[in-house]
Design a protein around this ligand. Structure first.
Ligand code: SAH
Ligand code: SF4
Length: 344
């Protein structure tokens, strides 16, 4: 019999599975607590399960879906984790301390098919989607590494890959992350970042209350077409329509991410166009000064340009923050997760 990945299962599916092997359904809750509350490293630790059941779990399941094979610490406290998957591929995740927050940035795919010109992951191409257990296990391992007195407070799907191109596995992972007896995260503390896959956005909105971030990066179709090939399929009009239709409780807003690229999208007229584009959406803007890399043909704008851009948005009463780059010295900053793929 092929082993199952136990962390693929939200609670209801786990209940069905334990019943299918002749156990009572409440065992699923016990297992869930062991996996996500006690963060067990082996089935041996589950002394409230019978020896026979533990043996069945030992030989019938994969307890771990990712194997931590290395970490790198940046000067600012950011830690990058490299994980090996069962098929020998590698992914990366990042833990970012920003007291009182501790934010985990997780991957959703090995590589990415969407080829945004400014993104290192994008230049490497797509290998495969992650399964639910591989998404969930990144968090389990990072929480183990952080220790019980430092809880991860926020999760962002901003690592390698496009989460909405792997929506089935993502939605199942979100259910486990938000289950009160799973990892217990509030939807307010989880953000899914998308390049703007319009049909998948509608489904996410229907099925999950998490925060949405949209990678916009340009306020006109010509520039966005050049930066992000996906814009030819879902141009700005369609994307903005999907954003306006996105179901949100009244306090929530969509975060629009905007990488500032020198002389490409950082001029005052670009900022004014952005204000206009977002005028009918409940929006906030996160400006991300480009993280340069020798393989990428862009530059970071000078600080005055960045601040001037922010000021135009703020004068128009748009909340606009500037993302501080974290972990750049270990290539853990936005768009820099790709290093290990070469060797996988
Ligand atoms: N595929 C999703 C999520 C992963 S990318 C998306 O694109 O939204 C996470 C964020 O990192 C995105 O906002 C992306 O645009 C940004 N990013 C990619 N390359 C970057 C770079 N070189 N400098 C700064 N941010 C970058
Ligand atoms: Fe993929 Fe996001 Fe990178 Fe674009 S920015 S290539 S969608 S990971």
């Amino acid at each position: 019999m092929e082993r199952i990945f136990i962390k693929d299962f939200p609670l209801d599916a786990l209940e069905a599975w334990v019943q299918s092997i002749g156990e009572r359904p409440f065992r699923a809750r016990q297992i869930f607590r062991h996996l996500y509350n006690r963060l067990i490293r082996s089935w041996e630790e589950c002394s409230d399960l019978s020896k026979a059941f533990r043996t069945q779990l030992e030989y019938g399941t994969h307890l771990h879906a990712v194997d931590p094979v290395g970490t790198e610490d940046a000067a600012d406290g950011t830690r990058k984790f490299v994980f090996r998957l069962h098929d020998g591929k590698h992914i990366e995740s990042v833990l970012i301390p920003d007291p009182p927050r501790l934010t985990a940035c997780v991957s959703s795919q090995v590589g990415c098919a969407l080829g945004c010109r400014f993104c290192l992951t994008g230049t490497m191409g797509w290998t495969r989607n992650l399964r639910t257990a591989e998404i969930v296990d990144q968090l389990v391992h990072m929480q183990q590494a952080a220790g019980s007195d430092r809880r991860i407070t926020n999760i962002v799907f901003m690592g390698m890959g496009e989460p909405l191109a792997n929506e089935e596995a993502l939605l199942r992972a979100l259910r486990i992350l938000m289950d009160p007896i799973g990892l217990g995260f509030s939807h307010r503390r989880i953000t899914v970042s998308t390049v703007g896959l319009v049909p998948q956005m509608a489904r996410l909105g229907r099925e999950s209350p998490v925060n949405l971030a949209v990678s916009l990066h340009a306020a006109d179709d010509d520039t966005r077409n050049r930066l992000m090939p996906i814009n030819r399929k879902y141009p700005l009009a369609a994307l903005m329509e999907a954003c306006r239709a996105y179901p949100m409780p009244s306090r929530k807003r969509i975060t629009f991410e905007y990488i500032l690229l020198k002389d490409v999208n950082d001029r005052p007229e670009d900022a004014r166009r952005l204000v206009k584009l977002l005028s009918h959406v409940r929006a906030k803007v996160n400006l991300i000064p480009f993280n340069p890399h020798p393989d990428l043909p862009f530059e970071r704008p000078p600080d005055e340009r960045i601040l001037a851009f922010q000021e135009i948005l703020q004068e128009a009463h748009l909340t606009a923050t500037i993302r501080q780059s974290r972990g750049a010295d270990i290539r853990a900053a936005c768009g820099q997760l790709a290093a290990r793929m070469v060797s996988s």
